[in-house]
Design a protein around this ligand. Structure first.
Ligand SMILES: Nc1ncnc2c1ncn2[C@@H]1O[C@H](COP(=O)(O)OP(=O)(O)OP(=O)(O)O)[C@@H](O)[C@H]1O
Ligand SMILES: CC(C)(CO)[C@@H](O)C(=O)[O-]
Length: 271
């Protein structure tokens, strides 16, 4: 079972008494590297790239499906990914989404597995819109938070490469539960969403993402310098909410862009 990595370019936080209407509006892209899930007979352990982990939304998904007879202590949950947890690439959302879909299939249920994954992420504070972006896939503008899903999905030609460089971790929960950050994020997130809807191109997306990262103050100094060094490409910004740079490049600037970065991960947009 696979779920793509999801790069949020910019977003705004929406909290509601209804957990299903809690989430985010914003814009992002999914890439062809992400989370792979396997479930094997075992003893209730959860592994991420061979390390035993504790992932809040995964625990919540398991608890939910225990109500339908899943015996979590008889299986091991095994995630593998090119991306580490905490890198702003939607890995917690991808873990929740793949697991919810897999358990739904294993138990032959007809539950809306996407809702379960979304609720698990929101309750844990590990995400707001990744699950929906990873479910819809592609270049996705999220016009309303949560459910019912209200998005616009844009096809772009295949000439674009997404170059990612991860510099460390950033805990999503710290930011999206902080009132001061939420005020800055929402001020710019709503503004840039309206601008992108008027001109929904990848060029405008990355430009607005860069402005969001700079104007909210979320951008890391090192990433800011590299984004400016990468201006010869379509553009570069910081993935939200991570300590991660992402650059959109066409083939003719790909090698020059890669030469500037130390540990580039080359991806394509995943539909
Ligand atoms: N080694 C680890 N590094 C980071 N998070 C970890 C690690 N091990 C377990 N976790 C858990 O994984 C989840 C990471 O969620 P978080 O939202 O911070 O990262 P992400 O989903 O990769 O990025 P984002 O949501 O910003 O796209 C948290 O529940 C965290 O407690
Ligand atoms: C909050 C967030 C930026 C964390 O990755 C993401 O879940 C989103 O786009 O809502």
């Amino acid at each position: 079972m696979f779920a793509p990595g999801h790069i949020t370019g910019f977003f705004a936080v929406h909290k509601s008494k209804d957990i299903l209407k809690t989430g985010s509006i914003g814009a992002g892209i999914t890439v062809n590297r992400g989370i792979n899930l396997n479930i094997e007979e075992g003893s209730g352990k959860i592994f991420y790239n061979k390390k035993k982990v504790n992932i809040c939304p995964v625990n919540k998904v398991l608890t939910y499906y225990e109500n339908f007879g899943f015996d979590k202590n008889s299986y091991d949950i095994i995630f593998t990914s090119d991306f580490p947890l905490g890198s702003g690439l939607g890995m917690s959302g991808g873990c929740a989404l793949t697991l919810s879909k897999k358990l739904n299939e294993m138990l032959d249920l007809k539950i809306n597995y996407v809702k379960i994954a979304h609720i698990s992420e929101v309750e844990c504070g590990t995400g707001l819109g990744d699950v929906i972006g990873q479910y819809v896939k592609g270049f996705v503008i999220r016009k309303s938070p949560g459910f019912p899903i209200n998005v616009e999905k844009f096809e772009v030609n295949d000439d674009y490469y997404i170059i990612i460089e991860i510099f460390g971790e950033k805990e999503t929960k710290e930011i999206i539960t902080d009132k001061k950050w939420i005020e800055k994020i929402n001020n710019y997130g709503k503004k840039y969403l309206n601008e992108l809807l008027k001109n929904p191109t990848l060029e405008n997306f990355i430009n607005l993402s860069y402005k969001f990262a700079v104007n909210t103050g979320l951008i890391d100094e090192k990433i800011l310098e590299l984004c400016n060094d990468l201006k010869f490409t379509v553009g570069a910004s910081q993935s939200m909410l991570g300590n991660t740079l992402f650059c959109i490049s066409k083939k003719d600037t790909l090698n020059d862009a890669i030469s500037i970065l130390k540990n580039p991960i080359i991806c394509k947009i995943y539909y």
